[in-house]
Write a protein of this length. Structure first.
Length: 213
């Protein structure tokens, strides 16, 4: 049984660490997938991390409402933060589960760009987790991270459409089912980045709401 006196910051930091582990694991496994070396059984590590984060989210919320205070923010702000973090890791789990049932090797012609999208996903989540930490102590640095996330999302947005355009050009030469499922995988990857920017926008809103931190 967990200690009822666990501090909110300790629970959140454990959440951050598990979130980071899931992100680095999916990044590694996608790279192995591109190399044709993926062990699909290892995708369970990402799913397990999401489950741990879900339990930590529940513990965080329970402690949050017991304490009734959450300086420098109000309780409702912290509640929204942890829920939005949970949405992002849920979307990473979806990528892992989708990759687990994806029945093809990656199409050779888009491997390089797909690898770049994978790197953008990793960089976005690492920046998001750092922003979530910094917002507790340094609003200026936290805002810099929100701007970095916005730039990464913009790059990913452009790359997504480059990938899709290339895929559709290959449609006559490739199995339509393969094109369709690969399109969905690209969209799921981008969804993680898009949801991360949504949280970054929310955190930027808190910086505006509490300007003196």
């Amino acid at each position: 049984m967990r200690n009822n006196k666990r501090k909110l910051e300790d629970i959140k930091e454990e959440f951050h660490k598990e979130f980071t582990n899931a992100t680095k694991t999916i990044n590694r496994l996608i790279n192995e997938f591109l190399e044709g070396k993926l062990n699909k059984g290892e995708l369970q590590e990402v799913i397990n991390s999401e489950k741990k984060c879900d339990r930590l989210k529940e513990e965080y919320i329970e402690q949050l409402f017991k304490k009734k205070r959450a300086l420098p923010f109000i309780v409702e702000d912290r509640y929204e933060m942890i829920l939005k973090l949970d949405v992002v890791i849920d979307s990473i789990e979806i990528v892992a589960r989708y990759l687990g049932i994806y029945p093809f090797a990656m199409i050779e012609e888009i491997k390089k760009d797909f690898s770049t999208l994978n790197k953008l996903l990793l960089d976005t989540i690492i920046a998001l987790i750092e922003c979530s930490r910094l917002i507790e102590t340094d609003f200026k640095q936290a805002r810099d991270k929100t701007m970095e996330i916005e730039d990464l999302r913009r790059d990913a947005f452009n790359l997504k459409f480059e990938l899709l355009e290339h895929l559709f050009e290959l449609e006559k030469e490739k199995d339509p089912k393969r094109i369709l499922l690969t399109t969905e995988l690209i969209k799921q990857m981008y969804s993680v980045i898009g949801r991360s920017e949504e949280l970054a926008d929310y955190l930027e809103g808190l910086i505006i709401k509490y300007p003196n931190k």
